[in-house]
Design a protein around this ligand. Sequence first.
Ligand code: ZN
Ligand code: ZN
Length: 131
Amino acid sequence: MYRESSRQTGLCPACKRMLAESSSGRHRYQSCQQCHGSLVDHRTLQEMWAELAPAGKQMEVRRRLGLARHRSCPLCDAQMAFTWVVAVPVDSCELHGIWFDTEELETALAAAALPLEQWIMQFLDKLRDMT
Ligand SMILES: [Zn+2]
Ligand SMILES: [Zn+2]
């Protein structure tokens, strides 16, 4: 069920440009036209994952403590928490979702469809470059 609401838009935490409404299939999120970073709310992210993953395969989201990054949420300006989605390092706002830098969203979602070892092999170089 998709709740139509007038969503706030924010500024890209990387390049400070206004985020634009983006969509992938029926999923909607906000992304930066310049760096292609995206803010995806937690529920949408779960739905995107569930669409690609075999039944029962959960998305692994872990908070990483002690490694604060100094990015703030595009929508509420609260400092985001450094978080892993599978092995992709992202920033997370409890209220507004997860911020994925360039290619991080595609990389994380590829892990839904692929067996873990294959995903790591395929994305190892990219994962190394992600901070
Ligand atoms: Zn940007
Ligand atoms: Zn927020």
